[in-house]
Design a protein around this ligand. Structure first.
Ligand code: GDP
Ligand code: MG
Length: 163
């Protein structure tokens, strides 16, 4: 059984960038504009010898609906429910926004184990966001930079006991 990891989070936090780094080739669309990834994307990830299937989601990117269920695409719901672990990314430079809190509430209501990831933390940036994120209730986040490849060993250590 190859374990499955789903990447979730609000638009523009770096989900597709992390997906691309772990899969090692450009499979998902990455763009400066939020909401560019429109499909669920899967790939075979390798992280320091850990092999797993990784899913890039974009289920919180429809800003028309007023409620979380309205914004949550069925694909994301199914991906997280069937995953062994959810990687919950936030932007450590921006800090915690209401949508991050809504996603956190939704994840807490489910049963999939969550690893909280403070992305865009290259060069020790984003300390304020890291402190804010403690209120989400998932403990200390893994601080990393998907774009620059920092914190990969910390992500490995967080995932290892869960896969
Ligand atoms: P998604 O909407 O969550 O899938 O986010 P993307 O992966 O498309 O990234 C959104 C933007 O954030 C892009 O401009 C990325 O280059 C940028 N980004 C992603 N990861 C990092 C990071 O670790 N550090 C910085 N500074 N920017 C990042
Ligand atoms: Mg994306």
């Amino acid at each position: 059984h190859v374990p499955t990891v789903a990447i979730v989070g609000r638009p523009n936090v770096g989900k597709s960038t992390l997906f691309n780094r772990l899969v090692g080739k450009k499979v998902a669309l990455v763009d400066d504009l939020p909401g560019v990834t429109r499909d669920r994307r899967e790939g075979e990830a390798q992280l320091l010898g850990l092999d797993f299937t990784i899913i890039d989601t974009a289920g919180f990117e429809d800003e028309n609906a007023l409620t979380l269920p309205g914004r949550m695409r069925a694909q994301t719901e199914a991906a997280v429910a069937s995953a062994d672990v959810a990687l919950f990314l936030f932007d450590s430079r921006v800090g915690i926004l209401p949508l991050d809190e809504e996603i956190a509430r939704w994840l807490r209501a489910g049963s999939t184990p969550v690893v909280l990831v403070a992305n865009k933390a290259e060069g020790k940036a984003g300390n304020d966001g890291v402190l804010e994120s403690l209120s989400l209730g998932f403990g200390d986040p893994v601080e990393m930079s998907a774009e620059h490849g920092e914190g990969v060993a910390d992500l490995f250590e967080a995932l290892l006991p869960l896969l």
